[in-house]
Ligand binder design. Structure first.
Ligand code: ADP
Length: 464
């Protein structure tokens, strides 16, 4: 059963249910037809007997004027049996009896078996003779000299059997034909309805084998469940495609970024090994190698942090924390840097509580303050504020440094993007994209307001 196709299974269930319904209908039809037939036979019997009741009259003498009637000697006189008296009509046999039960006139197909059967006025009796059921209907006659005479009608159920077997035969041919027809129709319908699933599975397998995530499932227009499923798959391919594209870009950017310091290191090594150098030259070469090595190490660490955050966001649990306290201690530590005479001032609203990840939020602030130092002017200022409104918490890190050109303001949040890498070569271009990722992780966002040569303000908002 497990290896059967869905359309075959559906058809199988459907056919089984159909056979059950058809079989039940078959027996219901037979039973109802049987009941109706027997009722009809009984009605015919009653009608035939009742019609004959008026066809018997008492006569003092036989009337020769009417030779079509039958004159039956009865005592000293006659009984006139009208020529409308039908002793056999519609398989109903009618016969006339004296009050003592002796036969007078008519036909009785089971005369051998009925003498012991008591007469019952206007009642139907049943008698089984040689396996055949007979219905018997009696009428007590009344009127001049007729009192005590009995009219008995007899009909066999066999009359209906022929019709019943005709109905059964017709049902036995028609009903299976109906089952076969419906099952075939059901199978074709199931096949047609399930064709989109086949299409979905074929496209998914093509994508799986060929890795072409640009491919989409096209079922044409429609809005049924299968079209919804195809849309869901297409959306998933879209997202996978975007994720793979981002991954590809990241790998190529990363190798490109690593190649630069690596080339510098190799060049210094080659140069130093070419011939004997003075100790100063070796020292210079080592210094370059050390600087480039550190740059590579920083790049690798940043990249690792980045992918960890992107791929394993669940390893950074969110807790309730005192943001004011956390940011205050970071600012205090970083103000000690005091690089190039830059001073760091803070204005942090006290006791702002928020739900977030301590390490990531620290990382965000450190990145922003590091940038403010790096791109700040000598003896400049860094100003950090933290405020809370009903809706959101806002952290702002402002400097009065080199500023960012309007065309770069959006790009700086991209991975590895550096506005002026030749002048400020010790960065990796990952700090802001990481800050943006952290902001997103906390359901917030980060933006920049900046003017060249005047300074920049980075604003991080989230609901906390
Ligand atoms: P980087 O390691 O180069 O600093 P980031 O992602 O932190 O990488 O920043 C990307 C670029 O944005 C920087 O190279 C710099 O051009 C610009 N930038 C970032 N912060 C500032 C700032 N405070 N002032 C001016 N430019 C900035």
């Amino acid at each position: 059963m497990k290896h059967l196709s869905i359309r075959f299974k559906i058809t199988l269930w459907f056919t089984a249910a159909l056979i059950l319904v058809v079989a039940l209908s078959y027996f219901a039809v037979l039973s109802v037809s049987n009941r109706i037939l027997h009722k009809t036979i009984q009605d015919t019997l009653i009608e035939a007997v009742e019609n004959n009741v008026d066809e018997i009259e008492f006569f003092i003498s036989a009337s020769p004027s009417n030779d079509t009637d039958y004159y039956l000697p009865y005592g000293d006189d006659y009984l006139e049996i009208d020529d409308d008296f039908l002793d056999e009509v519609n398989d109903v046999y009618t016969s006339l009896y004296r009050s003592d039960g002796s036969f007078l006139y008519g036909e009785n197909p089971i005369s051998k078996y009925t003498p012991d059967l008591e007469f019952q006025d206007a009642g139907i009796q049943q008698l089984k003779v040689n396996g055949t059921l007979y219905y018997i209907y009696d009428r007590l006659l009344s009127g001049e000299a007729l009192d005590g005479l009995w009219l008995r009608g007899i009909v066999s159920e066999e009359q209906g059997n022929a019709q019943m077997s005709a109905i059964a035969r017709a049902s036995l041919i028609l009903l299976p034909a109906f089952v076969i027809l419906s099952s075939t129709g059901g199978y074709l319908l199931a096949k047609k309805s399930l064709r989109p699933i086949q299409q979905i599975s074929e496209t998914a397998s093509q994508i799986g084998k060929g890795g072409d995530l640009k491919k989409r499932i096209d079922l044409g227009s429609g809005s049924d469940e299968l079209h919804a499923l195809a849309d869901t798959f297409n959306e998933m391919f879209e997202r996978l495609d975007a994720a793979f594209e981002a991954e590809r870009r990241f790998t190529s950017d990363a190798s490109h970024e690593l190649r630069t310091p690596m080339s510098a290191i190799l060049a210094q090594c080659e140069l130093s090994l070419e011939k004997t150098r003075s100790p100063e030259e070796y020292e210079d070469a080592l210094r370059v190698i050390y600087r480039q090595g550190r740059r590579m190490s920083k790049l690798i660490n940043d990249m690792l942090d980045f992918t960890r955050l992107e791929l394993k966001a669940d390893t950074y649990p969110k807790n309730r924390l005192n943001l004011s306290g956390l940011f205050s201690s970071i600012c205090e530590d970083m103000s000690l840097i005091g690089e190039r005479g830059i001073t760091l001032t803070t204005e942090l609203e006290p006791d702002i509580l928020a739900v977030g990840n301590r390490d990531l939020l620290s990382r965000l602030l450190v990145n922003l303050i590091s940038n403010a130092y790096r791109y700040g002017k000598d003896n400049g200022h860094i100003f950090v504020t933290l405020t809370r409104t009903q809706e959101q918490i806002t952290l702002s890190v402002a400097d009065d440094g080199i500023g960012i050109a309007p065309e770069d303001q959006e790009k700086i949040f991209r991975r590895f993007y550096q506005a002026d890498p030749s002048r400020y070569g010790n960065g990796t271009g990952l700090g802001l994209s990481m800050a943006a990722e952290i902001a997103q992780f906390h359901g917030g966002n980060i933006r920049v307001e900046s003017e060249l040569q005047k300074g920049s303000r980075f604003i991080f908002t989230f609901h906390g």
